[in-house]
Design a protein around this ligand. Structure first.
Ligand code: 5GP
Length: 115
């Protein structure tokens, strides 16, 4: 699968409001936020979607994504009230960008079930 706009954000070829970065993970504010806090947390390596994840190969990276989510939630002040992590997968999951990403949504109560 070809690269997405997120690869350009990783390479800093297009601007993004970056809130977290380390060697393997990048996080930036969603361009079309659905909550007061809406951050996208992505691996720097290109993994299109959840079905491309291999536990053996990616377990450390997945841990780093969750560590980043916890750091960002704390930094953005939504850790105590709570927040939601969402990963959309494929057509029925509502995925638009095929570079694995976790949505961190917070700053308001979330509805359940999601639409
Ligand atoms: P998906 O539907 O694939 O789970 O979510 C993709 C998300 O990426 C959407 O919430 C959309 O607003 C966000 N997005 C798409 N293009 C860009 C962009 O160029 N910059 C930023 N910051 N977010 C983007």
């Amino acid at each position: 699968m070809s690269e997405t706009i997120f690869s350009k954000i990783i390479r800093k070829e297009i601007p993004a409001d970056i809130v977290f970065e380390n060697e393997h993970v990048l996080a930036f504010k969603d361009i079309n936020p659905k909550a007061p806090v809406h951050v996208l947390i992505i691996p720097k390596v290109e993994i299109p979607t959840i079905t491309n994840i291999n536990g053996k190969e990616h377990s450390e990276l997945l841990g780093q994504l969750f560590d980043a989510a916890n750091s960002i939630a704390k930094e953005m002040g939504v850790d105590s009230e709570g927040f939601r992590l969402v990963i959309n997968c494929g057509k029925n999951g509502g995925q638009e960008v095929y570079h694995l990403h976790m949505h961190l949504l917070g700053g308001r109560p979330m509805n359940w079930p999601p639409g």
